[in-house]
Design a protein around this ligand. Structure first.
Ligand code: URA
Length: 228
């Protein structure tokens, strides 16, 4: 592939910034300075960018603490999207949110360009567990816990799979579900005559929200972090 694509795929900057650095002699391939952006390289070549070795990274995985008021979409005519919060150095990656959180839901949202991983993470067959911290209008009861374990009927008459409710206080709990029906958590509490007033996702499969991320902030996953 072209040298500028190789470097852009490694999230080193925008294509134009990268081309500039190449032109100025800031890039070496196998120890030789290369000033041609179209120079062909492979993953086996040893490339440096402004003196630093480059590790080719075609797939990007970002953990975001989604803020309220933005939608989990790549683009929208009227509303601000989660992708508008991502630095332009990732612009050429075709990133998308892996799954959806409601506009007023905050917390863990994975943003990636890895379609295969996303498909697996979102497939109902995978039963990926998601944990939500929930605050409600009315008291959460032991009966709610039993009902969620057994499954409740939500919009459209579908029954939810067994879910685990861990009551934290009279009006707060952690709820773990292994499916992702539209507005599922809100509808589950609605089916119990209650109303969700605050919803935050804190776990997605093996990923746990990094609480040091402020709402709207994100960071790449660490090598030992993944959904599965
Ligand atoms: N369940 C909901 O009701 N909303 C979300 O955003 C996620 C799960």
């Amino acid at each position: 592939m072209r040298l500028d694509k190789f470097l852009a795929d490694s999230a080193l900057g925008s294509r134009s910034e990268i081309k500039n650095v190449i032109k100025k002699g800031g890039v070496t391939v196998n120890s030789a300075v290369i000033k041609d952006s179209a120079f062909k390289v492979t993953e086996n070549d040893s490339v440096t960018y402004m003196g630093q070795p480059v590790f080719y990274t075609p797939f990007i995985y970002l953990m975001m603490n989604k803020p309220s008021g933005v939608i989990s979409a790549t683009e929208d005519k009227t509303k601000k999207t989660v992708l508008s919060l991502i630095d332009k150095k990732y612009a050429h990656y075709d990133l998308f949110p892996v799954g959806r959180l409601d506009i007023d839901t905050v917390g863990l949202l994975l943003i990636s360009n890895d379609g295969e991983m996303a498909h697996k993470a979102l497939s109902p067959k995978s039963h990926v567990e998601k944990t939500y911290y929930v605050e409600t209008e009315k008291e959460i009861t032991e009966e709610d816990r039993t009902a969620f374990t057994e499954g409740v009927y939500i919009a459209g008459g579908t029954k939810t799979l067994p879910a685990e409710l861990n009551i934290l206080s009279s009006k707060s709990a952690n709820l773990t579900i292994c499916e992702g029906k539209f507005h599922q958590v809100k509808l589950m509490f609605e089916s119990r005559g209650n109303k969700v007033t605050y919803l935050k996702r804190i776990r997605f499969g093996n990923l746990t929200l990094d609480e040091s991320l402020k709402e709207g902030e994100y960071r790449p996953l660490k090598p030992d972090e993944s959904v599965f």
